[in-house]
Ligand binder design. Structure first.
Ligand code: IMP
Ligand code: MG
Length: 175
C-alpha cells in the first residue's frame, strides 16, 4: 500500500505564519519573559521555529503526554509520560501544540497546568480542526484552521512517520 502526501500548506506558508505569531507574541509579552511549554513530540518542530521568532526573553520546557484510549479517539484522560523539569509558579506560560483536534487532550492539560500557579497561561497551536471539537478549549494563538483531514509534517506523524516534513501534507492511501 503506497502512501502519497498531498501538500496542504507549503513550507513558505508555514514559515510566514510562524513569523507572524512570533511577532504577535513578542508584542503581547513586551517587557516580560515567556516560558514555552512544548507538548512532545508533535509540538517540537513548531516550538523551535517559533522560539527563534520571539524577541522577548524565552525559556523552554518539555512534557510528554499520552491519552488513554485508541489511536484515533482520545479519551481525554491524560497520562504524563514525561513531566516538566521546572515549576510553572509565577511564570508567563504558553503551551505549544501541533494541533487541536477533539480538544480533549488540551482541555485536560490546560486545567492541570493552571493548578500549578503560573502568572498567566495561554495556548498556541499551529493547526486547529474546529469541525472536530468535542470539548471546548480556548486557543490564544492559532496558525491555521484546517478542514477535517488527517495531516502530517511539521511534527505531526502518521504511524511515527513524516514528522520531519517541512510542510503540512495530507496522507493519501493508495491501492
Ligand atoms: P485531541 O485534541 O485530544 O483530539 O488530540 C490531539 C492530538 O491528536 C494531537 O496532539 C495529535 O497528536 C493527534 N492528532 C489529531 N489530529 C491529527 C492529524 O491530523 N494528524 C496527526 N496527528 C493528529
Ligand atoms: Mg500532540
Amino acid at each position: 500500500m503506497a502512501e502519497k502526501i498531498r501538500v496542504m500548506l507549503s513550507e513558505e506558508e508555514v514559515d510566514a505564519k510562524i513569523k507572524e505569531i512570533g511577532e504577535q507574541i513578542s508584542k503581547d509579552y513586551a517587557g516580560r519573559q515567556v516560558h514555552l511549554v512544548c507538548v512532545l513530540k508533535g509540538g517540537s518542530f513548531f516550538m523551535c521555529e517559533l522560539a527563534k521568532r520571539i524577541t522577548v526573553p524565552v525559556s523552554l520546557d518539555f512534557m510528554s503526554v499520552s491519552s488513554y484510549g485508541s489511536e484515533t479517539k482520545s479519551s481525554g484522560v491524560v497520562k504524563i509520560v514525561k513531566d516538566l523539569d521546572e515549576p510553572l509558579k509565577g511564570k508567563d506560560v504558553i503551551v505549544i501544540e501541533d494541533i487541536v483536534d477533539s480538544g480533549r487532550t488540551l482541555s485536560y492539560l490546560m486545567e492541570m497546568l493552571k493548578d500549578r500557579g503560573p502568572a498567566s497561561l495561554r495556548l498556541c497551536t499551529l493547526l486547529d480542526k474546529p469541525d472536530r471539537r468535542v470539548v471546548d478549549v480556548h486557543v490564544d494563538y492559532t496558525g491555521f484552521q484546517i478542514p477535517d483531514e488527517f495531516v502530517v509534517g511539521y511534527g505531526l506523524d502518521y504511524d511515527q512517520k513524516y514528522r520531519n516534513l517541512p510542510y503540512i501534507g495530507v496522507v493519501e492511501l493508495g491501492e
